[in-house]
Design a protein around this ligand. Structure first.
Ligand code: G6P
Ligand code: ZN
Length: 537
């Protein structure tokens, strides 16, 4: 029986870079999750008789919100919900299911790489029928609805059994509990040469960070590709990720890094984040930055069966290094520069304008789904290693010898008071026009702007996407505030320097003068009272 429950709006339900992310305690307020889910449902057409995919990364609150969302889907006219067993679906697997089942969309419950647990983060993201994150016009409509919502619809009833495969009825709604891995693993088998990888005799270590990729990696890497048992570390998804921060970077995946740099390291090391869309790639003795990984994967993708026909184009987010652009140029295909956020790639992929996309924030993916895909990147790397017989280090060195090297780092200042961070950005924006021609040490500013993007498929314009300071000679620094945090502000400073011939230098040395210039230009220490970044990736 459908009940209409009266509610009042919350004023903080604006979706960020990747859906609505808040502390668990915020989501636990009365009607908080219900308000947001109903605002999603009220903002989309075509629910009657439609299919909705629901799943999450297994973090604290995942099951509870799934049960509510299922009963609300029933009350809002959906005919079928496809949900991962145990409430589990990695973000790329959810994207795939939405596409396979021709669903109207999906609810992806995750706060990605943010920690989980009763005092940590939760999130709800709506993905549209192409399998990708809702574009801004949809998230804006959802946000507008959250401000006026006065009721939500829900079917009364008991929780369903999320752990047993098969179908159950909730009112007129059919709920289908599916194995979260099966369809995704089948898709991967169509893209990559599993026989070649199996036969290459490679060794590897994969850190699932006690997050959602555990079951996927165990099935694909150990069961299907024959890597030794124990290749997958931290392979059981835990509601609090074992108390760790499931972000595959050099700080939070330090153990893997040390293992890969140490004696007896395997050929290949990788990790993925909370919801399985990010990746960290480390060869024996060689860390590959996400920006370089995008470029190297694009340059070698034709070695995998799924991309043997070549690429249509390469897209990267603006703060991502320009390494991929050089590959596009050599291949004679277009390169696109979009704002931060995977949602901006969706239209390019749908229009067949780009095949491979990537971001400095450890995301890489292709037109096989409409999300970035951590295990996909791992498998493409493995396919390339198997096809060439080269090591990761060889691939990297050969790449730089061909294209030159984009030295790159990101400095994050976390938990900065929002007013201070806003003041820094405002001051920076205010002086953009005066910067060109100014010298900072040996660097001269060539151009400075606030990045704006016009989507080539629908001409929609997104402004204020990050301040770019471009120096003569191709170096640059970019300033942006994170759109994924849940408390205070995080200032991200992206540093890049291109060299055609100095290919084997240390990144901090190569970036030292840009780091100094960045502080001079933006007054980072003056505004934030910080002298060092919290995280360097
Ligand atoms: C999420 C999105 C990515 C984006 C990243 C940036 O992971 O899915 O597409 O690059 O957030 O987050 P930020 O914190 O820099 O806004
Ligand atoms: Zn993620």
């Amino acid at each position: 029986m459908t009940t209409t429950v009266s509610t009042t709006p919350y004023d903080d339900q604006k979706p960020g870079t990747s859906g609505l992310r808040k502390k668990v305690r915020v989501f636990q307020q009365p009607h908080y999750a219900e308000n947001f889910v109903q605002s999603v449902f009220d903002s989309i057409d075509g629910k009657d008789g439609a299919t909705l995919v629901i799943g999450g990364d297994g973090r604290f609150l995942n099951r509870e919100v799934i049960q509510v969302a299922i009963r609300m889907a029933a009350a809002n006219g959906f005919a079928r919900v496809v949900v991962g067993q145990g409430g589990i679906l990695s973000t790329p697997a959810a994207s795939n299911l939405i596409r396979q089942r021709q669903a109207l969309g999906g609810l992806v419950l995750s706060a990605s790489h943010n920690p989980g647990g009763p005092d940590e983060d939760f999130g709800i993201k709506y993905n549209i029928g192409n399998g990708g994150p809702a574009p801004e016009k949809v998230t804006e409509a959802i946000h507008a609805r959250t401000k006026t919502i006065d009721r939500y619809l829900i079917v009364e009833g008991d929780d369903i059994d999320l752990d047993t495969l098969g179908e159950v009825q909730v009112g007129d709604l059919t709920v289908e509990v599916v194995d979260p891995v099966t369809d995704y693993a089948a898709l991967m088998e169509t893209l990559f040469d599993f026989d070649a990888i199996r036969g290459a005799g490679l060794t590897m270590a994969f850190d699932a960070m006690s997050a959602v990729t555990g079951p996927y990696a165990t099935e694909i890497l150990e069961n299907r590709l024959g890597f030794a048992r124990g290749t997958v570390r931290n392979g059981t998804p835990l509601p609090d990720f074992g108390g760790h921060h499931p972000d595959p970077n050099l700080v939070h995946a330090r153990e893997l890094y040390d293992h890969m740099m140490g004696k007896g390291a395997p050929d290949f090391g990788a990790a993925s984040d909370g919801d399985g869309d990010r990746n960290l790639i480390i060869g024996r003795g060689r860390f590959v930055t996400p920006s370089d990984s995008l470029a190297m994967l694009a340059a070698n993708a034709h070695l995998a069966p799924g991309y043997a026909g070549g690429l249509k184009g390469i897209a990267r987010s603006m703060p991502t290094s320009a390494a991929a652009d050089r590959v596009a140029e050599k291949l004679g295909i277009p390169a696109f520069e979009t704002p931060t956020g995977w949602k901006f790639f969706g239209n390019l992929l749908d229009a067949g304008m780009a095949t491979i996309c990537g971001e400095e924030s450890a995301g890489t993916g292709s037109d096989h789904v409409r999300e970035k895909d951590g295990l996909w990147a791992v498998l493409l790397w493995l396919n390339i290693l198997a096809a060439t017989g080269k090591s990761v280090d060889d691939i990297a060195r050969d790449h730089w010898a061909t294209y030159g090297r984009n030295y790159y780092a990101r400095h994050d200042y976390e938990g900065v008071e929002s007013e201070r961070a806003d003041a820094l950005m405002a001051e920076l924006r205010g002086k953009l026009a005066s910067l060109p021609g100014t010298r900072f040490g040996d660097l001269t500013v060539e151009a400075a702007d606030d990045f704006a993007y016009t989507d080539p498929t629908d001409q929609s314009v997104s402004r204020n996407q990050g301040v770019r300071i471009l120096f003569e000679g191709g170096s640059r620094v970019v300033f942006r505030l994170s759109g994924t945090g849940t408390s205070g502000a995080t200032l991200r400073v992206y540093l890049e320097r291109y060299s055609a011939d100095e290919l084997d230098r240390e990144t901090p040395d190569m970036l030292a003068d840009i780091i100094t210039a960045a502080d001079d230009i933006a007054g980072i220490t003056r505004h934030t009272a910080r002298t060092e970044p919290d995280v360097i990736t």
